[in-house]
Write a protein that binds this ligand. Sequence first.
Ligand SMILES: [Zn+2]
Ligand SMILES: [Zn+2]
Length: 584
Amino acid sequence: MAEKSTHDGRPYPPGAVIAGRAGANSEPPPFLSNAEIADRLASLAQLLSAQKENPYKVKAYQRAAAKLRNMSESLQELVQDDADLTQYAGIGDAIASAIREIVQTGTLRKLETLRVQATPAVASINAHPRLDPKRVQRIYKKLGISSVEELREKLDSGEIEKVLGLRMAQHVRQGLTETHAMLLYRADDLRTAVEEFLLSPCRAKRAEVVGKVRRRTEVIEELSFVIESDDFPAVVARLERYGGRTPLVSAGKDNAVFALSSGVLLRLQRADPKDWGLQMVACTGSKAHLRKLTAVTGSLRELKASFPTEQDFYKKFGLQYIEPELREGYDEVERAAKNVLPRLVTAEDIRGELHAHSTSSDGGDSIEDMAEAVRERGCEYIGISDHSQSLKIARGVSVEDLWAQIKYIDRLNSRLRGFRILKSSEVDILADGSLDYPDELLRELDYTVCSIHSRFGLDRQQQSERLLRAMDNRYFNILGHATGRLLLKRPGYEIDVDRVIGQARKNGCFFEINSSPDRLDLSAENARKAKAAGVLVAVNTDAHGTGELPLIRCGIDQARRAGLEKTAILNCLPWQKLQPLFRR
Ligand SMILES: [Zn+2]
Ligand SMILES: [Zn+2]
């Protein structure tokens, strides 16, 4: 892929964001943006956490701060109009009164008191509210340091990782870095808020999202819209008051860029109705896609004809309509010319769930409740894949308990009609490549999801061989979250993807696209490779409660980006067709 979907985003123009964030110690500014109010709540959360305050209370302030950063209406104006703040999601009475106090006085008494009481170590990190004070204090003590500068040095030299571990180093890195990237899943809320703002207060006649959000890329650095408006300068002026204040980074006659307080950029492109389709095409595809496309159509800027819709555009050049998720610059333009684009999978094609947890391990809902919720979503089966015995932190199921669970599910199934609960397990792949249960137990399961949850530090060759050995076990069916990545948190362990896919093909094993929004693992690129090798992929939620089942849509997005049709997906099959595939 030409465009990388990682968070190595470009830095903002100097001062763009920082200018909007006055230090809390200065005089109360005349007008507070939502971001500035959010900063104060985040600082309060950090200081409360240092005082070992109730973690739920700390979380509530952190969550409220994140929500406020996305909100379009100005909190200051709402307070001045005496509006009821608790009507907004995530704002309860305590937070509403904190917001009012901040607007009226520029700060919070509680915040100022805690600042005075804070130890020097805690005070030193108050400008970085995402750092956890307890962890930082441990690092300070262990490494004998006392300032953020030293903390940064020790991070860069690798000492934090060496002495206190990878997780700690990741926490510090995240806490010290300004985020300019966001999970797609989170961006969807922001997108709705901005879209409504464009259509209503800004009076755009039309606004449609384009760019990476429309292509459903898993991490985004920018939110882009094509809009129709008779008065573009008025739209720009109104947007500068989004969330109280939103800095304008650059503006031209027909385009503008803003720095949203959640860290990502907002880009607007104005289009006339007669060129709407053309602008949608130009603003949606990746650079690589547009290069291949313009090889067929010529430069988009020099096109003379008018294209009110995207369909008009593709038709004119004899191309099939290209779904946004495919516009990445692989072979989609060639295939569109030959009329052989894949018919991408949709949520309606899914017939079952193959990776779900229950209260038997670390899930929040019972087997029955998970099954009922999946059935209500129109599915025919659910596989209960709780963690295996070695994964103690996730309350892994003992050998005895799994035997009991197998019998229990048999009894449940005998009462069910038209729906089936599959006996499964998310079996740990141990460091030597063996599986975490004896074969005589694995044999009794309908299938397995096998995953790595430990020893991430093995090198690429060791990690790959661990997987190859695991796949030699005839009870290995689906590889769970193949690379272990957590988007914007950790890159995952390295594996030789081609070798692992080759082994899966040889041994009759499968992969999953894990739909959890911060995993989406396989990546679209790896899922493409699996498809090319003819290895089927499951789209799994890995839900740890019924509330997570709808997140399958994130996995479907990813499958579509990989060009998968329903025939490439395991759980688009009914159980009778699936069952033989799991017998090796
Ligand atoms: Zn797992
Ligand atoms: Zn799982």
